[in-house]
Structure formats: C-alpha cells, structure tokens
Design a binder for this molecule. Structure first.
Ligand code: ADP
Length: 439
C-alpha cells in the first residue's frame, strides 16, 4: 500500500469518525451518517465528471483539473503520463521528419509498398525518376505505374538476389537498377538507382571491343593468307625461316580464333540479339560435336562417349547452342590427358533439359570455380599456351545459357576431373512424341 493511498484511507476513516461523533452530539447518528455519505458520493461523482470532461477535451489542452486527495493524485498522474506521451510523439515526429528529409536528399528513388504492391510512401527522387505524383498515386499498385511486365514478374518473384535493370517510364533515356528488399509482412522497400552513365560506358566498351575486332579481322586474314602460302612453299624457304613462319602461322591462327570469339561474345551480349529458336535433336547435335571433338583429340585418343536415350529436342538458337556445347566438350579434350574418358550425358525431367560433360582430366582447384566464366580467366595460366584457348570459351557458354534462360553448374576436383552441366528450362524441351506426330 503506498503512502498516498494510506493517507487517503486515514482521511476517510477520520471523516467517518467525525460524522459518528457529530451524530452522537445531535442524537441522529443514522441521519448524519447518511447525509455525510451522500455528500461524499456527490463529490466523487463530480470529480468523475470532471475527469471525463478533461479526458474528452485533452486535445484542446484544457488545464489539469485542481483537486485534492486521491483525485488530485489521479489528475496529476494522468497529466504526467500525457506529457510523457506527447514528448515521445514529438521526438518520433522529429525523427520521422529527419528520415524523410534525408531520403528526400537521396539521388536514388525510394518507394515503400505493401505486400500487394500498393504504394505507401516515396521520396522526391522517385517523383523525378519514376514520374509518381504525390497526391494522385498514393495507394496505387506500383506495377500499374511501372508497366513493364518484367517488373511485375520480378516484384512477384520475391527473389531479389540480383537487381533488375529497366528504362525509366517517365524518362526512357534513363536506365534504372531496381533493388527490392522484403520487410514486415511482405512489404517491399524498392530502391531505384540511375545507372545511365555506367550503362553508357558499358556500351562504349562493348562497341569498342567489337569495332577493334572487326578492324583487326581484315589485316589478320591477309597476314594469315600470306603465311599459309609461305608455309605451303616452306621447302623453298631458308631453313632458319621455316620455323619462324610456322610459329607466325600458329599465332595468327590463335589471334583469328580470339577475334572470332570476341565478336561472338559482343553479339551475345547485345540485348537486342534475341536467340532464333529452332528445335535441335539432342542426339544429332551432340553426336556431331562428339565427332568433331574426337577429331580434335587426334592422337591423344580420348574415349568420348555419348549417353542419352530418345529423340528429345532442345528449342534454342542452334549456332549459339553448338558453340556453347562445343566449348565445354573441347575444353574436356584440352584439359584431359591422352586416353582419358569424356562422357557426354543428356536427359530431361520435370525441371527441364540437362546436358552434362564429365571428364577425368586435370580438374580445377575449387578457388577458381566462382570466376571461371569471366573473360580471359584461366585456372592455370601457365597452361594456356599449351592448350591455345582464347580464354573466352566459358564466358561464351555463360552468355548462351543466359540467353536461353538456363544455368551452368560446375563441379571439379584437381587430378580427379570436372563436370560441366547445362540446365535448360522445361519450356525449351520439345519431347519426341509431339514432333513425331507433327511429321
Ligand atoms: P580457355 O580458352 O583457356 O580454355 P575457357 O573460358 O574455355 O578458356 O576456360 C577457362 C578456364 O577454365 C581454362 O583456362 C581452364 O583453366 C579451366 N577449364 C575449363 N574447362 C576445364 C576442364 N574440363 N578441365 C579443367 N579445367 C578446365
């Protein structure tokens, strides 16, 4: 029992005793007690009414009612609580204003939506870059304003590991990179960054590489042609020149391959270069490449086997697929010692079409695996002179897979061997039966 309460109780008891004594003096104990209690009840009702009035008008900041005893304490405590609550509210508002001011100062667009995509809040950059209007668009579904279907698919996917790049709907010359973060109950925090400058630089880089490759092709063809002629007549050359001409011819050939790969990569990278879809029967396509690989293996006599059943076909750009699969299979030949085994295995299931190339060659240290598909990345740079590769093979494979909505999986162990698996989505499978019917 706290002090205030016991003081109040003592006052009440003292009041009752006084009333009783007064009753005794007046000789009307019952009436005096009744009158006293009625007065107390009336006073209590009045305090309750004042409390009710005050609480109802607390917004208009009515003065705290004056009272004493328990009621006085009650009014004071409620007043203290209200003050504390208002202070906390003010602090929160100041903090909210600061957050809003700082996000408004951001160059990146920030948008908050609920789980369905209804827009709750956005900053000024979002108005500038995405064309949202403060009063009109509140509560609108974001994908009704960013109308590209790719955005809707990305938004609904809930898988935001990699960002999405799109042109701004308000200013199409601006390229935006969208990052989405889930929070709360599937609410979304969307951040859009202007990457037009990076995009332009990237485009310049691609154009530069492709132009230089084009320009180098013609002189190189001439040099290569003359070297070939010289080599054809090498018996007429002085002995010391014979080796030089042969080396020059080999290097010119390597440069030609490099330029062909660079041009192919530049073509694959351009987003406007859509694959030309055509059904290629896996057995025929892979057997063709297997034969070329066997020829490439020559006296190294690799044992290259094709494992797969049926006449299933893969829908895709045939030259691109041939190039990607050749790169993987020829790599298996290059990086597997003589007489090694290379298995080309294909199958289809509920997830799609899969092509795996397994060898028992030199393998790759796991530290290199994450970077293997980068241009010119080599797991063992000392070996590339021997194998004569351009260093672009797996970069080409990666782009072909991306263009076909597929993925590349790599497993490898040094001195045990490697396995490269291409996974294509189910929509690219053309099963044997329907094609037979069509025919
Ligand atoms: P390269 O022209 O050098 O073969 P790629 O892009 O085709 O370039 O391959 C990149 C690197 O990956 C190669 O330099 C090699 O170190 C490694 N690699 C690729 N395939 C295999 C394989 N089957 N076995 C071992 N290493 C491989």
């Amino acid at each position: 029992m706290n002090k205030e309460w016991s003081a109040h109780l003592s006052t009440v008891i003292a009041g009752i005793i006084l009333l009783f004594i007064l009753g005794l003096v007046l000789g009307e104990v019952a009436w005096v007690m009744l009158a006293g209690n009625l007065i107390y009840l009336g006073w209590t009702l009045r305090q309750t009414f004042r409390l009710h009035q005050w609480l109802n008008h607390s917004d208009e900041s009515l003065d705290t009612p004056e009272s004493y005893g328990l009621w006085g304490d009650l009014f004071d405590n409620i007043h203290k609580l209200q003050k504390h609550h208002k202070d906390a509210q003010r602090k929160l508002q100041t903090m909210l204003n600061r957050v809003q001011e700082s996000t408004n100062a951001l160059n990146d667009a920030v948008v908050i939506t609920d789980a369905n995509g209804a827009m709750d809040w956005w900053n000024q950059a979002a108005e500038r870059m995405l064309g949202f209007k403060t009063h009109i668009d509140h509560g609108q579904l974001i994908y009704n304003l960013l109308r590209d279907p790719v955005f809707k698919t990305y938004f609904d996917s809930k898988s935001y590991k990699s960002p999405l790049e799109l042109a701004s709907p308000a200013r199409p010359h601006i390229i935006l990179r969208f990052h989405i973060t889930l929070f709360g109950e599937d609410d979304r925090l969307i951040i859009a960054q202007d990457i037009s400058r990076i995009h332009q630089l990237e485009r310049m880089r691609k154009d530069f590489v492709s132009n230089v490759s084009h320009e180098m092709r013609t002189p190189l063809t001439v040099i290569s042609g003359y070297l070939e002629t010289l080599q054809d007549h090498s018996d007429e050359l002085p002995r010391k020149w014979q080796r030089a001409v042969s080396t020059m011819r080999q290097q010119a050939h390597r440069m030609e391959r490099l330029i062909t790969d660079l041009l192919l990569l530049a073509k694959l990278e351009t987003t406007d270069h859509k694959p030309q879809d055509k059904a290629s029967t896996l057995k025929i396509l892979l057997d063709d490449i297997r034969r070329d690989a066997q020829e490439f293996s020559a006296d190294k006599q690799h044992n290259i086997r094709l494992i797969g059943q049926g006449d299933d076909a893969l829908m895709g750009d045939e030259p691109q697929l041939r190039s990607a699969l050749s790169n993987i299979i020829f790599n298996a030949v290059k990086y597997t010692p003589a007489n090694g085994d290379i298995d080309i295995h294909w199958w289809s299931d509920s997830k799609g079409v899969h092509i795996a190339v397994r060898d028992n060659g030199i393998g790759i240290d796991p530290v290199h695996l994450p970077r293997l598909t980068e241009r010119f990345y080599r797991a063992d740079p000392s070996r590339h002179k021997e194998t004569g590769g351009s260093g672009l093979g797996l970069a080409i494979v990666k782009h072909v897979m991306l263009n076909h909505g597929g993925t590349l999986e790599v497993h490898s162990e040094p001195n045990i061997g490697s396995e490269f698996i291409c996974h294509f989505p189910l929509k690219r499978l053309v099963p044997e039966a329907p094609r037979a019917k069509e025919a």
